[in-house]
Structure formats: C-alpha cells, structure tokens
Design a protein around this ligand. Structure first.
Ligand code: NZQ
Ligand code: ZN
Length: 380
C-alpha cells in the first residue's frame, strides 16, 4: 500500500512507512512552541520512538515537557497530573504518542488545561468543554480510532466513562507502520478485536442502509484477513499499514453516517468490566460480543443473518456465532469467561453501571436483567 494523506473531520491523517518524520513540522504548523509530550509506560522508550520524537522537537526549536506512565484503561489522576503541568508551564500544544489510553488522556488534558473545573464533569455528562489546547497524535497501536475522532474514555475509582467533543479532535495523526512493529501479539490481537467490534456496533441497527452495509461487510472481511495475516507475519509493514487504516476507518465517524448511532451495547458492558477488573478492552469485547449475538438473535435475527452470510459465508445464526468465536480464538483471544477475570458476583454491578444513564442498545434495547443474561452466556 502506498503512503497517503487524508483530511477527515478536521484531522490531517498521514498514513504510511516513514511518515513520522513529518511530526515536528506539523507541531510547528499548529503553532506548538511548548509541548506536553504524553506517552505510556515503556514501549516508546524501548523501541526508540521517544528519541526520534525528541530529536524532531529539538530540530524545530520546540520546548517539551513529559507526562509518562499513562496506563491502559487510563485514570483521572494521571490526567490531572498533566493538567497541572500545562497550567504551570503554559503549555500550548499536546502531543500524544501511543494508543487509545494515551490519546484519550491527552484529550482530557487538552480540555482541562483551559478549564478551572474538573474534567470528570465531562465524563459524567454534567457539562461539555468549551475549548481545548490543540492536540497531535503519533499512533503506536491500531485499535480505537481515537487518533482522529472526538471521543475519550477515562476511569475514576471503579467507573469508566466515555465522552466526546469537537474540541478533542486531533489536528493531525501520524499512522506509521514502523511504530507498530514492536506490538506484542496479544496487543495486536486486542486491537483487531476492537476495530472489528467498532465496525459491527455501527452495522447493527434497524435502518435501511445498503451502501453502509456493503462497506462494513467488506471492511470486516478485510479485518479478518489482516488479523490472521499479522499472526503469521507480524513484521509485514503492508499488513501493519492496512491494520492502521482499518482501525482508523472503523471509528473515524465515516461508518456512522446515516446509521442512527448503531448499537454500542457490547462496548457499554465492556467498559464496566474493564472499570472493575482492569482487563484489556479488546479482551473484554471478545467475551461479550458473541454472547450478545446469541442473546439478541432470539429477539431480532435479521441483521445477524445478513452479517453471517456476507462476512463469514454462513447460513445459520449458530454457525455465524461459532465463526466469530473461532476468529477471535484464532488470535488467541478467549471468547468465554474462563479465568477469574470477570466475577459472577460482579454481574449485578456491571449491569447496574452499564444502564446508569438508561437502557442501552439501538438494534435491541437492553435493560439491566438482559445484560445479566448476556454475562451468563459468556460463562463457559
Ligand atoms: O504503555 P506502553 O508501554 O506504551 O504499552 C502499551 C500498553 O501496555 C502497549 N503498546 C502500545 N503501542 C505499542 C505497545 N507496545 C509495544 N509496541 C507498541 N508500538 O499496548 C498496551 C495497550 O495500549 P492502549 O493505549 O491501552 O491500547 P488501545 O489503543 O487499545 O486503547 C485502549 C483504551 O482506549 C479506550 C479503551 O476503553 C481503553 O481504555 N477506547 C477509546 C476509544 C476512543 N477514544 O474512541 C474507543 C474504544 O472503543 C475504546 O473504548
Ligand atoms: Zn472499542
């Protein structure tokens, strides 16, 4: 695949091998002179990306301050640390180098830096940010689409909540396959499951949308091919680039056009699970989605039959659900609650929290008791 640039909902996306070299110029273009560099625990220091970033910042006479140690399932406390640095040092640009956890934290920091109240208010749907510092992204794991969308997901105590704002849309995103080569196989697989789900959760709705359906079905077949391919050839930059593109399209907003929101139940349930158990987002989704398919197929089978036919060439719901499980399991991602990672004693809490703001689901509406039934199906 050749390198390309696409501008989407305000984000300049540069995709392809070697595109990282544009980072310094892009920060300068968006008037960054004092940058907060936000990153995770260790991967960018280990694989040399940190050095490349710092070199470019220096080359462009851009001062930087670091916020390191953002953890998967990121937390409010780290965001507050970043906001404090921004206010103290009069930071004018946020640069996120990492995956969804880093980018989501960077979005919250960008909002909080210009706000006198708590950013947790955004996630509690109490108020929306009025402005935010500009944000740029160097993506290191294809999965969430956060690199060019308005969404951010954050945890505080045992609540994990998402929110979105046009102010959070990054100015640029660099999707360079070179930066994803050091991903361990489990993180690669979790990312594939996540992008697969993002496509599915916009696909499952009750509107008549043959164009969007065809695009989504083709994308899902592509994601399956990429997932299986990366298992065999993790160093194949073409596959890594295709994976970055798939992860981006999956949640850039493009697939959501005209589909009335889709059905985000698996995500809503998963967020409550990873809030309590701190498991990887993709691992939680792989357990919930097949159980969700099984449960809602009894109430509204039509689109699941279409999904089976065009994505997996299956002619029954049973064989479709098995094909989904087989695909996730082929990536070594479990599709049942096999260990103690999700406790039966937490089912009530998960279901209560997932419905905190009302019933969930656009394809099939779910109440608290429905969610508990889905969780029961997920037990082997
Ligand atoms: O912390 P480091 O050392 O960098 O390690 C990370 C982390 O442990 C590692 N990693 C990332 N790039 C790497 C790498 N290791 C080696 N080489 C690389 N190139 O991968 C681990 C996971 O990183 P994380 O950022 O947590 O992954 P992901 O992108 O899957 O983000 C998950 C978070 O995003 C939220 C999820 O709920 C979860 O909190 N989501 C955000 C969304 C959004 N903003 O639109 C939507 C999603 O549905 C999702 O909810
Ligand atoms: Zn997701």
């Amino acid at each position: 695949m050749k390198n390309f640039k696409i501008t989407q909902d305000g984000t300049e996306i540069y995709l392809g091998d070697g595109e990282t070299k544009r980072m310094g110029e892009l920060v300068k273009k968006y008037k960054g002179k004092k940058v907060l560099l936000v990153y995770g625990k260790e991967s960018i220091k280990k694989n040399g990306l940190y050095e490349k970033i710092v070199f470019q910042l220096k080359e462009n006479s851009i001062e930087h301050f670091d916020l390191s140690g953002v953890k998967p399932n990121p937390i409010l406390e780290k965001v507050e640390e970043g906001i404090e640095i921004c206010k103290r040092e009069r930071i004018d640009f946020i640069l996120a180098v990492g995956g969804g956890s880093v980018i989501d934290s960077a979005k919250a920091i960008a909002g909080g830096a210009l706000d006198s109240g708590s950013v947790w208010d955004y996630y509690q749907q109490l108020r929306a940010p009025k402005e935010a510092l500009p944000l740029g992204v160097v993506l290191t794991i294809p999965a969430t689409g956060s690199e060019s969308n308005p969404y951010t997901v954050l945890s505080y105590k045992d609540e994990k909540r998402g929110t979105g704002s046009p102010h959070f849309i990054p100015k640029f995103a660099i999707l360079d396959p070179e930066n994803t080569l050091t991903l361990p196989s489990n993180q690669t697989a979790f990312g594939v499951v996540d992008m697969f789900l993002h496509i599915c959760e916009q696909y499952f709705h009750n509107e008549y949308t043959p164009i969007q359906d065809g695009i989504s079905e083709g994308l899902l077949r592509g994601v399956i091919e990429i997932g299986k391919g990366l298992l065999q050839s993790p160093n194949d930059k073409n596959l890594r680039a295709a994976s970055l593109w798939a992860g981006n399209i999956a949640l850039s907003g493009f697939l959501a056009k005209g589909v009335n929101g889709g059905d985000w139940s698996s995500h809503s349930i998963e967020h409550e699970i990873s809030a309590i158990n701190d498991i990887a987002h993709g691992a939680g989704l792989a357990v919930i989605f097949p159980a969700w398919l099984e449960y809602v197929s009894k109430k509204n089978p039509k689109k699941i039959e279409q999904f089976g036919k065009y994505v997996f060439e299956m002619d029954s719901i049973e064989s479709t659900i098995k094909a989904v499980r087989d695909f996730f399991e082929s990536l070594s991602v479990s599709t049942f609650i096999t260990d103690n990672s999700i406790k039966i004693s937490d089912f009530d809490k998960i279901a209560t929290q997932a419905t905190k703001f009302g019933d969930i689901g656009g394809y099939v509406k779910l109440k608290k008791d429905d969610i508990k039934e889905i969780l029961k199906i997920a037990i082997k």
